[in-house]
Structure formats: C-alpha cells, structure tokens
Write a protein that binds this ligand. Sequence first.
Ligand SMILES: N[C@@H](CCC[C@H](N)C(=O)O)C(=O)O
Length: 283
Amino acid sequence: MRLKFTKMQGAGNDFVVLDATRMPLALTPEQTRRLGDRRFGVGADQILVVEPGGRPDVDFRYRIFNNTGDEVEHCGNGARCFVRYVHEHGLTDRRSVRVETLNRLLELRLQDDGRVTVDMGPPEFEAAQVPFDAMGLAPRTVGGGVLWPVPVDGATVELAVVSMGNPHAVQRVDDVDTAPVPTQGPLIEQHPRFPRQVNAGYMQVLSRSRIRLRVYERGAGETLACGTGACAAVVAGIRLGWLDARVDVEARGGELTIEWAGEGHPVLMTGPAETVFEGEIEL
Ligand SMILES: N[C@@H](CCC[C@H](N)C(=O)O)C(=O)O
C-alpha cells in the first residue's frame, strides 16, 4: 500500500498525519510502528489519523497512536497540528472545529497569529479515573491537592496524579536539566500502580506563572513537549497552591500557555503547530 502523509510538529512533539476522511484506513500495529520509526520509516512520536465525524455535532474524529502502535485517548500537541492540517488540506474553512477523540470532545480554534487554542476539557483527579491504584498509600495534602508517596527504585517519589483523558503522574523537581527523566521515567511509566501505564512529568517551578517541564511519555519515551503533560502539570501545580491560573510552560521544543480557572472548568492550551513536509511511503 502506498500512503500519502504529512509530517507535522507542535513545540517539537512530532507527528505523521494521515487523511482517512475520503477512504477508511485500517493500519496494523506493525504499519503504525513503521511510520513512527525514525530509521526504517518516517519517524514520529505519534501517528494521527483524521476521520469524518461520527455524529452531527462534531466536524471530525481524530485517532492517536503512540509510535509503539498502541491507540491512546488524547494528545494535546497533536490536536493543534490536527486543526492546522484540516485547514491546509481544505477539509474545512472553519477556524473553530469540534473534534471527537476516543473519550473526549474537543473544541479547537485557529488564532490569527497562527497559534492554536484547544479546549482540552476538565482534568480528573480521582485515582480510579486516572487510573491509579492508591490502595494502602497515605497521600500528603498540599493546598487543595494531594501528593501520593510512590516507591520507585528504592526511593519514594511524591506524585500528583491527573487524567487529562490520558493518565499523568507529575513530580516537582529543583532542576529539570538534572531530573532523572531517562532512567526513572520508564519505571514510572510502567509502574504497577498505573494499570494502563502513565506519562511521567517533571516540573520545575520558576515562578507562579512559569514552569519548565520534561515528560517521559507513555509509549513514546521522552518527547520535546507533551501538551496533555503541560496541562496536567499546570492543573496539579494550581491545585497544590504553587501556580496561578495562567502559566507559560517551557518545554525543550517550545513554549505552551495553559489556563485553568479551577474545579469544573476546562483546561485551555495555546501553542504552535507547523507542517514540516509532505511525502509518500510504501507500507
Ligand atoms: N504527545 C502527547 C501525548 C500523546 C499520548 C501519550 N503518550 C499517552 O500515551 O497518553 C501530547 O501532546 O499530549
């Protein structure tokens, strides 16, 4: 099968985007892995598939696969690339689109400056919703949030657990540059307390409105930015009393702005999205 694709990136988190609006596309996990492979394929953190909306109140359906081949619920940087893609490919001329993912409805808006704002929906903090097995652990209450003491590799790491539709475990560190992201990240990602695995975030608080963040992503390893990870870190920091309602997040590949008005409100994420190149691959 010969497949046309678009390579995109949002703050350095990179994607292969495929159009399945005209013809259904059923990729095997092996084909998905090949597209994501940086040596034997195109190379990407995630593969995004654009499909027609399955109901009258949504414009499109958008499916997300980690480069390991597994389908996942949500991808913030991908959502921004998605809206730019549907515009650039003439699939819509609306600047605001409604999109259905595996478990959420998202509203995306292309701004005049070319950045994209995504209504990411509300965060969830209930352990069972993340999902996180909190059995037998005594959480520490800080501000209006909690930190869970989780044993990792002989040490205890205090984690804020958050679902943005996908699972996140965020810890505060003094300096992201020296944080043990490549060594401890995979241990948290695969920790038995997270039955569906987890994205492991490392947040350095620079001020009440600015953080630095690295994320070891579930099913992709450390990426240059993680949109849902940025949302999870900021809402955790707001609940724990460390951050204000609007925060700029410095990731290694770019900057995102996250806003959250508190419990019951959706998280808004604004950031860049760009096409890198178009191509075709024989799968
Ligand atoms: N890069 C993404 C998140 C992609 C999915 C994640 N790895 C997961 O498995 O949940 C983002 O920008 O949010």
